[in-house]
Write a protein that binds this ligand. Sequence first.
Ligand SMILES: NC(=O)c1ccc[n+]([C@@H]2O[C@H](COP(=O)([O-])OP(=O)(O)OC[C@H]3O[C@@H](n4cnc5c(N)ncnc54)[C@H](O)[C@@H]3O)[C@@H](O)[C@H]2O)c1
Length: 321
Amino acid sequence: MKYSDIDLSHKTILITGGAGFIGSNLALHIQDSYPEARIVVFDAFVLGHFKNLRGYKGEIISGDIANPLDLERLNDYRFDYIFHEAAVSDTTITDQKYVVQVNVNAFYDILKIAKKHGAKTIYASSAGAYGNSEPPNIVGEGENPENAYGFSKLAMDRAAMRFAKENGVTIVGLRYFNVYGPRETYKGKTASMILQLGLQILSGKRPRLFKWGEQKRDFVYIEDVIQANIKALSATKSDVYNIGGGTAREFNEIFGNLTKTLEKDIEVEYIDNPWGFYQNHTKADISAAKADLGYAPRFDAEKGIGSYAPYIVRIYESEIK
Ligand SMILES: NC(=O)c1ccc[n+]([C@@H]2O[C@H](COP(=O)([O-])OP(=O)(O)OC[C@H]3O[C@@H](n4cnc5c(N)ncnc54)[C@H](O)[C@@H]3O)[C@@H](O)[C@H]2O)c1
């Protein structure tokens, strides 16, 4: 499905983190929808995996965004667009120096590359920037990150908007909420709770939820995230947008939906939450993304889980069983 009439023929597109969950879906979507586009994936293969890129025919560079020598390899190209997805994506990492080095310092270098190439840049921010603020989450309000990851993403947003203003380049930040869908398998313990619960349900183990499953999150299906990225290519101004489904769903409800879709009758086990910090309720205000980017999510949790379920079964059969 094409989300935009934008002409990407003969355009050169860099996707950092292109072997990861969101980056690989983006690379494959662009390859299928815009066969004349030239795509370059740049990834350190940390949580990314070659299996995510099976079927991808574009160029691949193994490199670390935090290593300026690796970034020099990008001098061989002239990029029209950059999607920056590479990051320490594990929200539980407590090594602040490491998280800020990879997510923030390296982003400064990516921004310089964007300026040099005159490339419109779309980068991944996160709902982690809001911490535990009262929903609905609105860009510019309640930005109170509670972990190093969320802090780094908020720092990226501020750096991007400052850089765009000072340098006259267009930079769009997309604050993803809880993304789920195909090709997140290799994120392991950091994959979405929808995948993790689905695999537990299929293996007949009692799935675990933090007591008492009443937490609410804004879950967003990967196809809607891809839609947002493609639509952001036509943005006429630099800004930061929330990308979620626009509704908060309770964990118990998600669990019920999964057991129904996977046709398994199994009880949940409630456990204590080991994390001192945990987002108990998120809900994206997506009105600005709708108005400015034309973003229109197509998948609620039922439709998303319904689309994803056959893939979860395949992963269980091929990788877990
Ligand atoms: N999945 C979500 O729910 C979610 C939510 C909010 C924000 N995000 C953000 O979206 C982006 C993509 O996330 P994802 O879910 O696809 O995670 P992911 O971990 O699957 O993808 C990140 C990719 O970046 C690569 N990478 C990590 N460090 C690198 C480095 N130093 N140099 C080069 N490559 C490196 C990894 O190998 C991986 O392929 C990230 O910036 C993440 O913070 C994701």
